[in-house]
Ligand binder design. Structure first.
Ligand SMILES: [Mn+2]
Length: 318
């Protein structure tokens, strides 16, 4: 399959690389690395919904400043490659139509729940990041990784492993990090660029949301609700909620942390756990995710959604 992927890349003159909607460091870093490899024949599409700012944090990644958006996207590509997209739902209407109409499509991903929606599906469920999957693909194909590609791959792996903290960071992940750092990239500077460039309002918003948290069952469960009022007060963008659930999970004795955010269609739930399988909660509500991080959507007001999640969470602690 690796050969087939390489042949397709080599034989296409117009390649579209698609990040997932509202992109994170993994999808952006992987896209940057793949664009660095393919060269000018490839466009990166960054898909952003209305209430999401492009995370300026990642502007340092090579070629992101040349990325196309939904309005500058061409109609026709020989090959479309979706990176870090767990399902076709992670692709918005216009690019989805291009994807579905394209003769050659490749999905490269690491989400266990990805059923494969491309003609070629290179999915390694459980691997730390799409960055790691892509690194292994390059190595299998004897593709020389340049220091420019290394910046994207390292950023992808760094951010998707929570700075190498998650269980998904295996000895192989560290081996890759070593190889990338040997290519002369400045790992300390990359970490600084990823983590010390936050908008002030993000911190103020997060402080208030965390201050509202409830701790129950001897602190085994921690949760907080994000209402539209708080969102308005800080003009909070969608990405401002990232990391809040992690913070609640970081509290001593907390086993299950969740954050429920009010949206136009009901409630968006993020779940983080320590020992318990987080997908056991999200799957009750048609959601998905990983063992320690999952999410789902519930078409109910936030209070009602919280009750539902609490019910399942409590049953798992017994
Ligand atoms: Mn990822």
């Amino acid at each position: 399959m690796e050969r087939e992927i390489l042949n397709l890349i080599n034989n296409s003159s117009n390649v579209l690389i698609i990040t997932h909607i509202n992109p994170d460091g993994d999808t952006l870093g992987s896209s940057s690395a793949l664009r660095s490899y393919i060269g000018d024949r490839a466009d990166i599409l960054i898909q952003i919904e209305d209430n999401f700012n492009f995370p300026l944090t990642y502007n340092f990644l090579p070629y992101l400043n040349e990325a196309v958006n939904l309005s500058t996207l061409k109609d026709d590509y020989d090959l479309v490659i979706a990176l870090d997209c767990a399902s076709i739902d992670r692709i918005l209407d216009k690019p989805r139509k291009i994807f579905e109409a394209c003769r050659n499509t490749i999905v490269i991903d690491h989400h266990k729940t990805n059923k494969g929606f491309g003609k070629i599906n290179y999915i390694k469920g459980g691997i730390s990041s799409t960055g790691e999957v892509l690194f292994d693909l390059f190595e299998k194909l004897n593709i020389k990784i340049t220091s420019q590609m290394a910046i994207g791959l390292y950023s992808a792996i760094l951010t998707d492993t929570g700075c190498f903290k998650y269980e998904s960071a295996t000895p192989h992940t560290f081996e890759i990090a070593q190889k990338l750092s040997e290519l002369g990239i400045n790992t300390s500077e990359i970490a600084d660029l990823c983590y010390t460039n936050k908008p002030k309002n993000l911190i103020l918003f997060q402080s208030e949301v965390i201050n509202n948290a409830q701790f129950i069952l001897n602190d085994k469960i921690a949760y907080t609700l994000i209402t539209k009022d708080i969102i308005e007060k800080y003009s909070a963008k969608d990405e401002y909620t990232e990391g809040i659930c992690e913070t609640l999970r970081s509290v001593r004795n907390v086993e299950i942390a969740f954050v429920i955010k009010e949206t136009d269609f009901g409630s968006k739930v993020s779940i983080r756990t320590k020992e318990i399988d987080a997908t056991k909660i999200s799957s009750e509500f048609n959601g998905g995710g990983h063992k320690r991080a999952s999410g789902c959507t519930i078409k109910e007001p936030v209070n009602r959604a919280a009750e539902k999640i609490l019910q399942v969470a409590k049953s798992l602690l017994n």
